[in-house]
Each structure stands twice: as structure tokens, then as C-alpha cells.
Write a protein that binds this ligand. Structure first.
Ligand code: 13P
Ligand code: SF4
Length: 309
């Protein structure tokens, strides 16, 4: 009797039939990262999605990431295992609010974090991610006033790094990173005195002040690999443990719980499951569908970002 294929085997078979690729953000469950063709941060996955020449992209991340993939490569079918996988930063910044700001401040350059809706991207001058935000802001002529949106913590970090005074910052926040309490990080440092601290720039200022390194998810993974230290406290979503342990065998990684769930998980990212990945390869649903004119307007600021070296 033939053995029943495992879910992972079914996924690999369907992936071939569909000429599909599976892209997974670092915050996905380990079992999803195991079947992925590419694991990365938001910038790396956008670049991979743009170049993909097969038929189907299964984007294992949240909706704004899958939308970005669709905008950059509109001829492909882009599926998201769970269409409800949103992001609190996207919710904090409605397009109408951005349009109202632009009407009042037509001179401002709108720099939008990739964690925004496609409608907000279409209102933006240039995009950025946590990996390149400082570089993007530094690429804008010094005399031009900037609106940075929507993350207040990333915005404050970029303002400090760039020394940019003429920069207004939207008041949005990530429900995971913005609720990492500094007191829990202090307690973790007391418990692990030899550990270095790596933090995502969406964390609050008092957490960032205690960090030895600040960077995107992939930058954190690279930095931990390069250090001679053996222990790290990692102030981001705990899904990064998969790549941290793969790239830095033998090193120890500690995570700090946030106030919302007493864990360090993004509830949106965790909506995707291996079953849903299999189902969307099978049915090619749920799919990202966007009006062409909206995609054309949103593509320009994304391409501007990708062109900044
Ligand atoms: P990265 O740009 O590091 O992938 O982060 C995306 C994100 O959603 C952080 O919460
Ligand atoms: Fe959005 Fe925060 Fe989840 Fe990242 S971790 S997807 S910023 S809610």
C-alpha cells in the first residue's frame, strides 16, 4: 500500500504542477519556512517577487507584502494563504488621512514604510522598509520637508539617524514591537548578562536605547551570525528563531514577551498555516486582485525605492 503523502510532500508536488514559488517572511511558522523557496525580510521578498518568471507566487506573510508582490509583478497569480493576515500599521494609516495631509502640506515628500495599504503607496513619493529607511530619507534633498508614515518608532529612529529636523511622523505603531516593555528587556539582560541585544526599529525608543544592534529581520539574523558572542536577546517576532538557529548553530537566542499576548508573536503572521498553503496551491485562492490603475500608481514609489543603491 502506498503511504499517504505528508502535507509538505503534497505542497512540493502542487508547487511543481502550478509552476509556483513559495516566499516566506521570517515571522512565519517554522513548518512554513521549511517548504519555502525563499525566506527573507520585506525588502528581500519584494525583490524576489519582482523577478519571478513562473506562474504563481504563494506569499506567506501578511497582505501588504502580497500586494507589493502583485504590484511589482502583475502578470503572476499572487495568493496569500489567509486574506485576513493584516497589519496594525496598515490599519493605522487610512489613504484618506494621507490625502488630507497632502492637501494641507503639498510641499512635503511622502516617505511610506512598506507596511501600508496599496492605496497609501499610490499616494506616496517613495517607499522604504526597515532595512533601507535611513538610506531612503538621506536620498531626499535636505531642504525638502518630509512626512514619514506610518510607524512612529521607526520614524523617530530614522529622524535621529539622519539628523533630519524637517520630518513629520505619523502616529502608527506595530502591536507586537511597540508593546515590548523596556522593563522586560532589563530583566532579560539581568538574567543573561553575557547576551548582546538586537532590536527591530519598530520597538519603542527606550528598548532601542538598550540595543547593541538595530536592524530589519534579515539584518538581525546576519549580525548575530557575524558576532563572536554566543547569546543574544532578540527584540522582534520569534519566527526569526528558525533562521537564527540555522545560520548560527550553537548560539542561544532569547525572546522577550510583549504586553498584548505575553508572547512575541504577530497574530496576523500566524494566521497562515501549512494546510492553508496547500489549499491555496490547490485552488489558487485566496488571490490578490487589484485595479490596474491603482497598481500603476503604487508601483512608481516602490520602484524608486528599489533604485536607491
Ligand atoms: P522587515 O522589514 O524586517 O521584514 O519587517 C517587516 C515587519 O512587518 C516588521 O514587523
Ligand atoms: Fe504588522 Fe507588526 Fe505584524 Fe509586522 S509584526 S506584520 S508590523 S503587526
Amino acid at each position: 500500500m502506498l503511504a499517504t503523502p505528508t502535507l509538505a510532500e503534497e505542497i512540493l508536488e502542487l508547487k511543481q504542477q502550478r509552476r509556483a514559488t513559495i516566499l516566506a517572511h521570517h515571522y512565519q511558522d517554522a513548518e512554513i519556512q521549511e517548504v519555502a523557496d525563499q525566506i527573507g525580510d520585506s525588502l528581500e521578498l519584494a525583490r524576489v517577487a519582482q523577478k519571478f518568471t513562473g506562474d504563481v507566487i504563494v506569499f506567506c506573510g501578511v497582505k501588504f507584502m502580497a500586494e507589493t508582490a502583485k504590484v511589482l509583478n502583475p502578470e503572476r497569480i499572487v495568493t496569500l494563504p489567509d486574506l485576513h493576515a493584516g497589519c496594525s500599521l496598515v490599519d493605522s494609516c487610512p489613504a484618506e488621512g494621507v490625502r488630507a495631509f497632502k492637501r494641507k502640506h503639498p510641499d512635503h515628500v511622502v516617505v511610506s514604510y512598506i507596511n501600508t495599504s496599496v492605496e497609501v503607496k499610490a499616494e506616496s513619493d517613495i517607499l522604504c522598509t526597515s532595512r533601507n529607511a535611513v538610506k531612503i530619507v538621506n536620498s531626499i534633498p535636505a531642504e525638502k520637508p518630509i512626512l514619514f508614515l506610518p510607524d512612529i518608532n521607526l520614524g523617530n529612529y530614522v529622524k535621529k539617524q539622519s539628523g533630519r529636523e524637517n520630518m513629520q511622523i505619523w502616529q502608527g505603531a506595530c502591536i507586537v514591537h511597540a508593546t515590548f516593555p523596556a522593563r522586560r528587556l532589563s530583566a532579560a539582560r539581568a538574567e543573561h548578562p553575557n547576551a548582546l541585544v538586537a532590536a527591530h526599529p519598530e520597538c519603542p525608543q527606550d528598548v532601542l536605547r538598550m540595543a547593541d544592534f538595530i536592524g530589519s529581520t534579515s539584518a538581525i539574523i546576519e549580525w548575530c551570525r557575524e558576532q563572536s558572542a554566543d547569546e543574544f536577546i532578540v527584540m522582534t517576532e520569534s519566527g526569526v528563531r528558525y533562521s537564527l538557529e540555522r545560520d548560527s548553530p550553537g548560539k542561544k537566542f532569547y525572546f522577550v514577551a510583549n504586553e498584548n499576548c505575553n508572547c512575541s508573536e504577530c497574530p496576523y503572521m500566524k494566521m497562515n498555516t501549512l494546510e492553508k498553503v496547500r489549499d491555496c496551491l490547490d485552488t489558487l485562492q485566496p488571490r490578490i486582485e487589484l485595479p490596474r490603475e491603482l497598481m500603476d500608481r503604487a508601483r512608481l514609489p516602490i520602484e524608486r525605492m528599489l533604485a536607491v543603491k
